[in-house]
Write a protein that binds this ligand. Sequence first.
Ligand code: 5GP
Length: 209
Amino acid sequence: MNKKGLLIVISGFSGVGKGTAVKKLVEKYGYSLSVSATTRAPRTGEVDGVDYHFKTVEEFEQLIDYNGFIEWAQYVENYYGTPKKFVEDELSKGNNVILEIEVQGAMHIKEQYPDAVLIFITAPDAQTLKNRLEGRGTEDEKVIAKRLKRAFEETDDMVAYDYLVVNDDLDVCVDDIHSVICAEGFKSSRNREYMQNMKSELEVIRNNK
Ligand code: 5GP
């Protein structure tokens, strides 16, 4: 069944825990994860080439000019982009690829790859989201305020996603996302080739009787 890799876009409010959820999804279920490029400064513990490809503004703009991204966006004053080569190579190998990107980028992906599966991770409620953002302790108050404002704006974009998954319990959230992806792969609309092959094979068997 379905030999083509699925392109899975995961977005969610800043602080909702999507980075952790995606990391667990990759570890537990072996999805291919696209590593984005960004002009944001690395946070403590972040490794170049693992968490992000960290770039200067000049380097990033050059990559835009060379058509090196399948999408890119500006988010809270920094550039973020998905390198084209990795995604296209993985999909053509039949691997399921996860992009963890924000809303503008997700909308660009949907335009270019209508078969992509768009999943939005949300929190049980707004107060929980605020607490998580503050509890992370990686950004100052000004950045947190900007991210909360952005979250407010993003509530209008949730409707464009195929699935909403609540991250209350991390393990449940990860398994819910995996279930969604499995179900997508089983859709009859994604398995037309299998149906056609089945028919041809049955015809051969029938004719050989
Ligand atoms: P952070 O700075 O917290 O790592 O990421 C900020 C936002 O940028 C998150 O919503 C994250 O999903 C998004 N992001 C990360 N990589 C990309 C990318 O390649 N393209 C787009 N459009 N957004 C990205």
